[in-house]
Design a protein around this ligand. Sequence first.
Ligand code: SF4
Length: 375
Amino acid sequence: MSLIKGWCPDAWHPMAAGDGLLVRVRPTMGRITSAQLQGLCETALTYGNGLIDLTSRANLQIRGVSEQDWRPLIARLIALELVHADPVMESRRALLVTPDWQAGDDTACIAAEWIDRLGEFPDLPAKVGFAIDAGPTPLLTGKAGDFRIEPGAMGGLILRAAGRPTGVVVTRSDAVDVLLAMANWFVASGGCDAGRMVRHKAALPDWAQGDSVPATPFLPLRPGRHPLGFIYGVPFGQIDASTLAELAPHAIRLTPWRMLIAEGAEGVAIQGLIRDPTDPLLRVDACPGKPACPQASVETRALARQIAPYVTGRLHISGCAKGCARSTPAALCLTGHKGRYDLAHHARAGAPPQQAGLTRSDILAHLGVTDAACL
Ligand code: SF4
């Protein structure tokens, strides 16, 4: 085991968190079969603390794993075909696909070929990832992807590098060839020193300098009925394995929006999952906070549940100035500092506050929340 602090690239390189090791799982095509889901939940309960995170790259993180339990956990995940037995191959499986892909469509075919040809790709920095968003309208715009296949505004598909507004036309049959050429160019042109494509300032090769703009993004998915089944929201992107196991009669698809698609599901109520697309918790970003994170000086998620209905727009509560849960400004941002909250409007965590040193009662008063309303 190679332990990495502060970053969790894959299951073979777990991250040390306040509650134990954090082990990332990257299901193939973002889909977990019913049998895999049952096994995953049992594994998280046996070897972890039972908590599972959904990440912004549509992966899962099993939390609270001890160092001695990491190896049997990995063996179980390999047996479930949720982790590659070869650590090098696992490190390359950084792929985000549009979650509502259908068998035989462009996303499914390109992603399947990309997976088959992983051995041809060079080693890339841990944070570099690919996005295949080849449906009729892009869904993953703004989501992580150093190299992305997406629909062009004029129809067809384009390959676009992060940080570049336009891309080059590709087809279903040559998309992976072009992705591979782009990855090789990235390495040969010193991209590994930059770490991410968006920071790599070298001019693209001539063949990659297309002027095709991407199509207008479609709205992200929302909880409720979906042609594939039913979409459930996951508050704060964290779920108990026992709750997740209630979906095990179904295969699930992971999304980068803290939501799951349960294939063929009718949408029965499940305690702890969101079915209502207007639920205020869908507008909240809150990191684990105190006591889960050693850097946190304040509690975050209980307060978020309490005040979310009283906040208009996005609410971000961060246990410290690092702002792990959200990197962009929120309409209301509360940042923990020395056991109190700093309040800022339209700001990121750690931004200069409009009001500093607030207690929880101060925040409730600021929002006009009576204690009775919180009961
Ligand atoms: S923002 Fe701070 S308190 Fe919250 S998870 Fe990140 S490091 Fe911990």
